[in-house]
Design a protein around this ligand. Sequence first.
Ligand SMILES: CC(C)(COP(=O)(O)OP(=O)(O)OC[C@H]1O[C@@H](n2cnc3c(N)ncnc32)[C@H](O)[C@@H]1OP(=O)(O)O)[C@@H](O)C(=O)NCCC(=O)NCCS
Length: 181
Amino acid sequence: MSEVSPDRSVSDVPLRPAQAEDSRRVWAWRNDPETRQASVDSTPIPFPVHERWFRESLARHDRRVYIIVADEQASGVVRLDISGREAEVSIHLAPERRRRGMGTAALRVLAGLAFESLGLERLMALVKTENSASRKAFLAAGFRVAAEAAGQTLTFQVFEKCERRPGRCCDSRRPAEDRSV
Ligand SMILES: CC(C)(COP(=O)(O)OP(=O)(O)OC[C@H]1O[C@@H](n2cnc3c(N)ncnc32)[C@H](O)[C@@H]1OP(=O)(O)O)[C@@H](O)C(=O)NCCC(=O)NCCS
């Protein structure tokens, strides 16, 4: 693992739309053990399965995949799965780019893009309760815990962030709900 300066903080990171050429690096990040551990299904992903999923993902109108760029290098991926005015967020960084504030910064940028450019009103994310890094990153990016969710063997927290423009915030119409996974 590369050296990480503990005092280095990232305040802003550009996002660019993912392209077909990003497939192999995104596959490597998705298959990193910590990322698999953070996922609902932790089993490794064979490349052909990923490749088909990635190609379809780039073509879908209800999914946006962005590459996190830092120091001009592709450093991670964020995804929006859109349903109406809402979207589910996923994020994973290249292992050597973690713990520098980049995850938090990328989530902030993604939220700005989702609310201001895509016209979304609510973002949510499902985070395993054991995943402290992710929980802290979502909180630091202005998300809040909306609900607890339990599967058969795992517990999750549902994080959400709502557009704050008058008349568009979803807080009033969406009480914290339980979600089964
Ligand atoms: C989760 C993830 C996106 C967070 O991004 P990151 O850039 O590493 O996190 P940040 O540097 O912004 O740190 C956010 C907070 O988490 C803490 N943190 C980071 N890594 C940590 C770790 N391994 N264990 C405990 N805390 C950790 C930081 O100290 C910081 O806390 P603070 O706000 O109190 O200072 C990244 O670690 C990652 O890609 N993990 C693997 C995949 C994953 O878990 N994805 C999320 C699935 S829901």
